[in-house]
Every structure is written in structure tokens, then in C-alpha cells.
Unconditional design. Structure first.
Length: 305
């Protein structure tokens, strides 16, 4: 993807919008207002203020005709968001990497209603790092070790480590005890997550997801489990523990979805990215980063699993 003609603003990248496939004679402003009618007034203001540009950085005015498949760029107005009331702690920082201990409820990158409430935007603003980029992602509800690259030149080598599964990851989770299971055990299955569908599902077929699960401690009727994912499918750990009959405490997706308000922090998903280890592609050194967070068992004990 070509570089955007606008710089970051307050930690946020500009938004790219592609014009229609076929010429209609409509202006860029008319197309934008028809596509985003709820924002028509603000879009008109942005055009009048010279805030919308084409891929060459030329300002769009009210008479600019929409060219087929042309890209235009603008800054979206961030939603009004409450602050996530948990700290985003730095574990390590050097010229290439920024590693943080992400709290529950904080998104990794801006998405949907979570724009300012994302680790990427908060860290760009805090440290004035416009080229900061995630080397991988954690779900909003998962806490723990999260790795960012600081410089654009360092981005590809570290992202390829995660893409090629050459990272050793260790997670911890709190879930009910299952006395009929013998640990450690390995779960293998085929997991499919369709776009626009909230839950991932296990389906028949060649396994594409594998997790080593071990029980390392007990707290009443709950167990503290260590999880080693050998693949990286969406919601893999949550799906695999649920398939064992021990869904992770605080999981509002599995085994069934339940609505939780965006500002309800009372029952976090008890899933923690405890550590990440890898051979640094730029220095050849072994890197290991470990979370300082802990998982709290629920106040109430469940019935026997």
C-alpha cells in the first residue's frame, strides 16, 4: 500500500477512502456524503477547510469530480471514549522495539469504537513515535506481553517472526477444574472464523490449530492453566479450553455469547499472554519478555464441572 500523503495526527493515521469503480459524474464530496450521510455536515466542513486530499496530496474542493478507483485521504473524528482505567506498562524499549504489558479491555489497534482506547494510539502519543507499529496483536480482552516495532525499517523482520510462528508464546488462563482430564494434554482441531461472525467454531477436517494445555495450580474449584499455542488462529485458546469443557472465566463469547457493556470492567477474561521469547532477527540475541500481571480468580465458586 502506498504511503499516505498526510502525516499522523494525534497518534492516528489518516483514513483512506476509495472512489467508485465507475465514473458517475458525482463530486468527491457528494460521494462521501452519500456513503456517510450521518457525517455529511462534518465532511462538508473538512472539504471547505482543505482537510481532504487525493493520493498526491492535492486538496479536494467542493467541485472536485470523483475519479474511478481514486484514493482520497482524510482524518476521521475520533469518538468520545472513556479512558480504560488500567495502566499500560512498558517492559522494554530500545531503538527497534517497544514492549508493553497490556491490560485487559485495551485494544491493540484502533478499530470500531476503540480508537483512542488502543495501545497503538496511546503509545504513539506518549512517546511521540509516529512509526510505531504492532509486530503482532492481542485481543482487546486479553492482557499481557505485546510487542511493537519503533522504526519502519525494523518492522518487517519482527513481523515476519510472528507470521512464521518462530516465536515461543506462553499464556495463562483461569478456568474450572475438570477432574476427568489428565494434564498435560494437546488439543488439535480445525478452527474457522468467518468475517462478520463473532465466534470462531471447530469444524471437521484437517487440524489447523494446536494448543498444549497444562494445569499448574488450583484455587478452589478453579485451575490455573498454562497454554502453549503452536498455531495462531483467532480465539484459538478460548475455543480449545471451551472444547475441553472448561471455558475461560470471564469469557462472554464461549460457549455462548452474552452482551457486556463497553465500560463494564467487572469480569475480565482470565487470559494472560505471560511471556514471549524469540531470537532477535537484527541482533541474533535471545529475547524474552514476561508480564508482571496476575490473574484474579472469580469471587464466587462455580458448581462442580
Amino acid at each position: 500500500m502506498p504511503a499516505a500523503p498526510l502525516p499522523l495526527r494525534d497518534g492516528l493515521d489518516p483514513t483512506r477512502v476509495r472512489m467508485p469503480e465507475i465514473a458517475t459524474g458525482a463530486t468527491v464530496l457528494e460521494y462521501l456524503c452519500a456513503r456517510f450521510p450521518q457525517d455529511a455536515a462534518r465532511l462538508t466542513e473538512k472539504v471547505a477547510g482543505g482537510e481532504i486530499v487525493d493520493a498526491a496530496g492535492v486538496h479536494i474542493d467542493s467541485a472536485t469530480v470523483a475519479r474511478p478507483r481514486a484514493d482520497i485521504y482524510l482524518y476521521r473524528d475520533p469518538p468520545v471514549e472513556p479512558t480504560v482505567p488500567f495502566s499500560l506498562d512498558v517492559l522494554h524499549r530500545d531503538e527497534n522495539l517497544l514492549v508493553v504489558d497490556k491490560p485487559h479491555f485495551l485494544a491493540t489497534t484502533p478499530r470500531g469504537a476503540y480508537v483512542a482506547r488502543s495501545a497503538l494510539v496511546l503509545l504513539r502519543r506518549r512517546f511521540d513515535l509516529p512509526e510505531l507499529s504492532p509486530a503482532h496483536r492481542l485481543d482487546r480482552l486479553t492482557a499481557g506481553v505485546l510487542v511493537f516495532t519503533v522504526r519502519q525499517q525494523a518492522r518487517r523482520p519482527y513481523q515476519e517472526l510472528f507470521a512464521q510462528r518462530t516465536i515461543t508464546k506462553q499464556y495463562e488462563a483461569i478456568a474450572p477444574l475438570a477432574h476427568e482430564l489428565r494434564f498435560p494434554l494437546t488439543v488439535r482441531s480445525r478452527i474457522v472464523k468467518e468475517r462478520g461472525v463473532l465466534q470462531a467454531v471447530e469444524v471437521p477436517g484437517e487440524p489447523n490449530a494446536e494448543t498444549l494445555v497444562d494445569l499448574i495450580d488450583t484455587v478452589g474449584s478453579y485451575g490455573l492453566y498454562r497454554l502453549h499455542p503452536r498455531t495462531g488462529k483467532t480465539h484459538q485458546l478460548r475455543v480449545h479450553l471451551c472444547s475441553l469443557g472448561i471455558p475461560i472465566v470471564g469469557d462472554n463469547f464461549y460457549p455462548s455469547f452474552r452482551e457486556v457493556a463497553g465500560d463494564d470492567y467487572s469480569d475480565p477474561l482470565r487470559l494472560l499472554a505471560r511471556s514471549i521469547e524469540f531470537v532477535d532477527p537484527l541482533t541474533g540475541l535471545i529475547r524474552r519478555f514476561e508480564s508482571n500481571r496476575s490473574l484474579d480468580p472469580p469471587a464466587a465458586q462455580p458448581s462442580s464441572p
